[in-house]
Design a protein around this ligand. Structure first.
Ligand code: ASP
Ligand code: MG
Length: 415
């Protein structure tokens, strides 16, 4: 639809009634300037955790179906309140739940995927000049049961709606000014990036940048919907534009340094070195829904080998139990666990065309006498596992080694 903008406000931005009023004023102004508007909201800050905590007080593992119904109520509250606040300003607003906005998903409760959005009603209402205020994070499955899209899922609701309604723009308004070269809490002179490619953002989101849900970035990339991430508190904020990498676009070699302290490393020692063992181990983990990050298999001696892998530390106990269950099958001798590790990564699309980036990372760590336990790379990323106690220092040193505090000395790509 022409002249349509989809805005998404995060939990902090709608965290109190005053903030909701503030958002309403901004939306009202934009509407009066002639824009068609869909506003997607998250639950008020802390609400989702509070509801989840209540359920977990009743039972260890609440049923996913009931969790979805429970958590979806958080976004119903914030969307209804914002719609009321807009009406108080004389705006023709209407609050919509996931069902009402036509958000159809599969039935993977608590991590549902969007299958289809029925836009008929929505387009009709927008043509009547209504402002639609949508409860993010939720949809319905084939049976009409409420589903949710995973934590942080309102970002994905917003992008999916922007794509389905052919919006001109999708803005994610949040409590930070955009995407930064590093976490400003660790690196005080971290710099806001003006532009980040979809691929870089995908790496950053999977490496622990919490500013956007990873599925939202996947969606935006798939349908080439540019996203503007900016602060909802500062009107002057230009934010960060996340868009398709442009062939003529100049790229800094490294765009950001990320740290993930919530990792654990498991080593299974002395497993039999024969075909099918790795498959046995990782199929068992995969079947339990655990996703493994890095894997290293050591050179084997006398028919046996050690395999190390990393995964999210919350999944560590479950992974150990799974390894214990298949001990006999894989001929496992010993399981070692290291929970005090960190994954430090550098990301940058410019790496595709420049060599020596990984070497520079290793030199920087070695100059600080930081030992590297594991390494993995992709086209636009290098990650190292190190001891957790060095993680802050590593981020700070890498940030300055790659001159990230300075406005990019943009380096033209080799043709
Ligand atoms: N309220 C949900 C959460 O806290 C979804 C969202 O905020 O995007 O994860
Ligand atoms: Mg969020």
């Amino acid at each position: 639809m022409e002249n349509l903008i989809v805005l998404k406000y995060g939990g902090t931005s709608v965290g109190t009634l005053d903030r909701i009023k503030n958002v309403a004023e901004k939306v009202a102004k934009l509407h009066r300037s002639g824009k068609n508007i869909v506003v997607v909201v998250s639950a008020m800050a802390g609400e989702t955790d509070k509801l989840l905590g209540m359920a977990e007080k009743l039972i260890d593992k609440p049923a996913r179906r009931e969790i979805d119904l429970l958590l979806s109520s958080g976004e119903r509250i914030s969307c209804a309140l914002l719609s009321i606040a807009l009406q108080a300003l004389g705006c023709p607003a209407e609050a919509m739940t996931g069902r009402q906005i036509g958000m159809h998903t599969d039935d993977a409760h608590t991590r549902a995927r969007i299958i289809h959005i029925d836009t008929t009603k929505t387009l009709k209402k927008l043509k009547e000049n209504k402002i639609l205020v949508v409860a993010g994070f939720q949809g319905i499955n084939e049976d009409g049961d409420v589903t949710t899209l995973g934590r942080g899922g309102s970002d994905t609701s917003a992008v999916a709606l922007a794509v389905a309604l052919k919006a001109e723009q999708c803005e994610i308004l949040t409590d930070v000014d955009g995407v930064f070269t590093a976490d400003p809490n660790i690196v005080p002179n971290a710099r806001k990036l003006d532009m980040v490619s979809f691929d870089e953002m995908l790496e950053m989101a999977s490496l622990g940048a919490k500013v956007l849900q990873i599925r939202c970035v996947e969606f935006a990339k798939k349908y080439n919907m540019p996203l503007l991430v900016r602060s909802s508190f500062e009107d002057q904020s230009k934010g960060t534009l996340i868009c398709k990498e442009n062939k003529d676009m100049e790229q800094p070699i490294v765009s950001g340094v990320m740290r993930d302290d919530k990792q654990a490393k498991i080593t299974v020692k002395g497993v039999v070195d024969k075909p099918g063992i790795a498959s046995e181990i990782f199929t068992a983990l995969g079947n339990a829904g655990l996703s493994v990050d890095m894997i290293i298999q050591n050179i084997s001696a006398e028919g046996h080998t050690d395999i190390s892998f990393t995964l999210a530390s919350v999944d560590c106990d479950e992974a150990i139990a799974i390894m214990e269950a298949i001990t006999d099958k894989i001929g496992l001798k010993e399981i070692l666990v290291d929970r005090k590790i960190s994954k430090i990564s550098i990301v940058g699309a410019g790496m595709r065309s420049h060599s020596g980036v990984a070497a520079k990372m290793f030199q920087t760590l070695s100059a600080e006498k930081i030992n590297i336990l594991m390494i993995s790379t992709s086209e636009i990323k290098v990650s190292c596992i190190i001891e957790q106690k060095h993680s802050k220092l590593a981020v700070q040193q890498l940030h300055s080694a790659f001159n990230l505090e300075k406005k990019p000395r943009r380096i033209t790509k080799k043709q």
